[in-house]
Ligand binder design. Structure first.
Ligand SMILES: Cc1cc2nc3c(=O)[nH]c(=O)nc-3n(C[C@H](O)[C@H](O)[C@H](O)COP(=O)(O)OP(=O)(O)OC[C@H]3O[C@@H](n4cnc5c(N)ncnc54)[C@H](O)[C@@H]3O)c2cc1C
Ligand code: SF4
Length: 328
């Protein structure tokens, strides 16, 4: 056990300032990811700034959409009437993740920032550029069955493992963050997580000390026609091998617009704008879905042990779209 300072923040500004002042300080929310990583010695913060007393757990209607506090738990968010009725895709994605107990502790801010489940990242005896930049990537030539098929680099082939974010990408959420100087900025969710490139140690575009205060959803457009599909090794309490967040806006039997986001296939949720373009204006048929699935996976580059994910992702897209279109 490594010693660390514990600070309980009494305002968002104080929290942001406390973390910004120490390059090795971290925010602590539900602790369901960070504390595990500390126990495994993967993360070694010298100070934890506890956020749990901050008033950042509101879920409320704003400007035709909804603002979800960063400290609202996953359970509260999934069960909130505004979310269930207007954004059922988000409810489905959240309840597909973890377990009831974990969702009661896990917060939305922490969920967005959960780290990869690459087994070499967790094993401090193995090289890992994300944990220790420049040390190499154990997974590139190792067991990479669960790893990326899209957007990876020679530095890192890890995937982002979360479920909630996949739905947020489909719903075009915006992340509201506050810096140590008290200023707020918004980050479109599509620009929040990063591809690994040469700096896989950075998961997101957040600056050190920036606090997530809320996630904002635009007015709901897909409430009647969306589906979250999670494919995993066992039916519950497992991370996705492949997930799909699918949403359709229909005009009778024609697709006006679509959203297709793949989870657990890349270092960030992978929105396929190409698949979405292939679906726009097309009839609501299996053939349209199959064409979109082919287009979505065209850039895939599987590793030694995960070629199965390419076909799995195609089939998952077809099924998720069929369910979104209420055809299955
Ligand atoms: C056994 C197990 C199974 C799981 N299965 C799934 C699954 O199937 N699908 C899924 O999506 N997730 C799964 N999870 C992950 C779980 O959802 C996350 O651990 C949880 O959402 C993290 O939230 P937290 O509040 O506990 O974050 P913490 O552990 O407190 O923090 C995580 C990170 O976020 C940072 N942070 C937290 N809040 C903020 C904020 N407001 N602003 C800036 N930074 C912040 C922390 O500094 C830390 O780096 C699983 C976890 C476990 C342990
Ligand atoms: S895939 Fe990324 S997280 Fe996994 S060992 Fe390689 S560098 Fe580390």
């Amino acid at each position: 056990m490594r010693p660390f300072d514990y600070v309980r923040a009494d305002s968002p500004d104080a929290a942001a300032r406390a973390v910004a002042a120490n390059p090795r300080a971290k925010f602590l929310a539900g602790g369901t990811n960070l504390l595990d990583l500390m126990k495994e010695d993967v993360e070694q913060p010298t100070a934890l700034v506890d956020l749990t007393r901050l008033r950042l757990a509101d879920i409320r209607a704003v400007r035709g959409g909804v603002s979800i506090g960063a400290l609202a738990t996953n359970a509260t968010t999934a069960n909130h009437p505004l979310i269930r009725q207007q954004y059922p895709l988000l409810t489905q994605a959240i309840v597909a993740g973890a377990s009831g107990q974990l969702r009661n502790m896990a917060t939305n801010g922490g969920n967005l920032l959960q780290r990869t489940r690459c087994q070499y990242f967790y094993d401090t005896a193995m090289p890992c550029n994300k944990r220790e930049p420049g040390s190499g990537c154990g997974a590139r030539e190792g067991i990479n069955r669960n790893h990326a098929i899209l957007g990876w680099s020679e530095s890192c082939v890890a995937t982002y493992p979360g479920d909630m974010a996949n739905a947020l990408y489909a719903l075009e959420a915006v992340v509201r963050v506050r810096g140590a100087d008290g200023r707020e900025r918004t980050i479109p969710i599509d620009e929040f997580h990063r591809l690994p490139g040469d700096t896989p140690q950075r998961d997101t575009t957040l600056e050190h000390g920036e606090l997530i205060v809320a996630i904002e959803l635009p007015p709901s457009r897909f409430a009647g026609n969306s589906h979250y599909l999670k494919v995993r090794d066992r039916a519950s309490y497992a991370f996705a091998l492949v997930a799909v967040a699918a949403a359709l806006e229909l005009d009778g039997g024609t697709i006006r617009q679509a959203r297709v986001v793949l989870g657990s296939v890349a270092h960030k949720p992978w929105r396929s704008r190409e698949a979405e373009a292939a679906l726009a204006g097309q009839p609501l048929t299996d053939a349209s879905f199959r064409r979109a699935a082919e287009v979505a996976l065209r850039p895939a580059r599987p590793l030694e042990h995960n070629a199965y994910k390419v076909e799995l992702a195609k089939r998952a897209i077809v099924r998720a779209l069929a369910r979104a279109g209420r055809m299955a």
